[in-house]
Design a protein around this ligand. Structure first.
Ligand code: SAH
Ligand code: SF4
Length: 369
């Protein structure tokens, strides 16, 4: 069975062409799947009977299985999705005044092992498929429409999700071959139809793939910087040992030539006593001098045995002011969904541990029987 969520526009057209179908059929099917969120080919009533029979025999629309669905007091909503084998990934919906953003995961776990990241702590399990990545957006839109979400942009005729950020679990550029087809669906007019500015990919700095993305599917780029010197970044973001700051900054400048926005967003997680001192701010100003950018300071989200603590509010504000006084655009990220552990990787980690413990205890019981 082919999961239609796995096929980007070109792949769907090719798959249908192999079955004797014209290109406009692909557009029709795409609209059923990605705009009307049908999961039953029999519901696709304007398709010719023979095509419906083919689809029913060979294809399906398989969305994610939800393990847990939690909504925070501020409206932030987190779906924990089954990734098989005791793994789970998460998608987080963040409503704001004028937009609905979905934070999407790209891998179950992550191999890059950044020191302060709970996803990294879990290790790498596997890449998500294109269908599992797209399925997060499909599921969020479908659920919020079914629940008749009332939001100003929905009243104006837009889908519930107006912006996508690939800032959930995993390193999207380490799963490039599955992520780019998903991005193409996010952008396609017969699928989600989002503008390139409304789709942001966040990377810890895989330089060769930043260049590929620029050539093949430029969307808005966020780069997780977290340190202004190689010495410190080598420790916090180990991929820096392979792609140090000078090559990362050069890649950012190259990216801007084709990017849909005229700046790169640098993310900088504020770790108490580690990277939040005035000297770090000054080094950061020097580092990004030649890169058109905005800086987003992220309050550290603590997790058990992380070994880090969050910088005090006042220090974050002072750090931001230093950057702003040097003419940089710097903002402090609002924390959202605190009461449901909505930050990257936190809930999935806890639930996975519990699922694994359950799996581990179940096996000997089965053997004993
Ligand atoms: N792998 C990609 C995208 C996913 S992580 C990347 O690293 O960019 C999304 C963002 O959350 C990154 O900027 C990451 O550094 C940050 N992050 C990870 N753990 C965090 C924590 N405990 N508190 C705050 N931000 C964190
Ligand atoms: Fe992976 Fe990003 Fe976490 Fe680093 S911060 S371990 S790259 S998910």
């Amino acid at each position: 069975m082919k999961n239609l969520l796995d096929l980007d526009p070109a792949a769907l057209a090719a798959w249908l062409a192999e079955r004797g179908q014209k290109p406009f059929r692909a557009r029709q099917v795409s609209r059923w799947v990605h705009q009307r969120f049908a999961d039953d080919v029999h519901a696709m009533t304007d398709l010719a009977g023979a095509l419906r029979t083919t689809l029913a025999a060979e294809a399906a629309v398989v969305g994610p299985t939800v393990i847990r669905d939690t909504t925070a007091g501020d409206g932030t909503r987190k779906w924990l999705l089954d990734a098989g084998g005791g793994n789970a990934v998460e998608a987080v919906y963040i409503p704001e005044d004028d937009r609905g953003t979905l934070c999407i995961s790209s891998q179950a776990g992550c191999a890059l092992d950044c020191a302060f990241c709970s996803t990294g702590r879990q290790g790498f399990n596997r890449n998500l498929t294109t269908g599992e990545i797209v399925g997060q957006l499909w599921h969020a839109n479908r659920t919020l429409i079914a629940e008749r979400l009332s939001a100003p942009w929905v009243a104006a005729g837009h889908a519930p999700i107006t912006n996508v950020v690939m800032m959930g679990m995993g390193e999207p550029l380490a799963n490039y071959d599955n992520v780019v087809p998903a991005l193409r669906l996010f952008l396609d007019d017969n699928a989600y139809g989002l503008s390139r500015r409304r789709v942001t990919l966040s990377t810890s700095g895989l330089v060769p793939w930043i260049d590929r993305l620029r050539d093949e599917c430029p969307v808005a780029l966020a780069v997780s910087l977290h340190a202004p010197t190689d010495d410190l970044r080598d420790r916090l973001v180990p991929i820096n040992r392979k792609h140090p700051l000078a090559s990362l900054m050069a890649a950012c400048i190259r990216y801007i030539e084709r990017a849909p926005r005229d700046f790169v967003t640098f993310e900088y997680v504020m770790l108490d006593g580690v990277n939040d001192q005035p000297a770090h701010a000054r080094a950061l100003i020097d580092l990004v001098r030649d890169v058109p950018c905005k800086l987003n300071l992220i309050p550290f989200n603590p997790f058990p045995a992380s070994g880090f603590t969050a910088s005090p509010r006042e220090r974050i504000r002072a750090f931001a002011r230093t950057l702003q006084d040097a003419g940089l655009v710097a903002t402090v990220r609002k924390t959202r969904g605190d009461d449901i552990d909505a930050a990257c990787g936190q809930l999935a980690g806890q639930v996975q541990d519990r699922i694994r413990r359950r799996l581990a205890t179940r096996i000997p019981v089965a053997v004993a029987r």
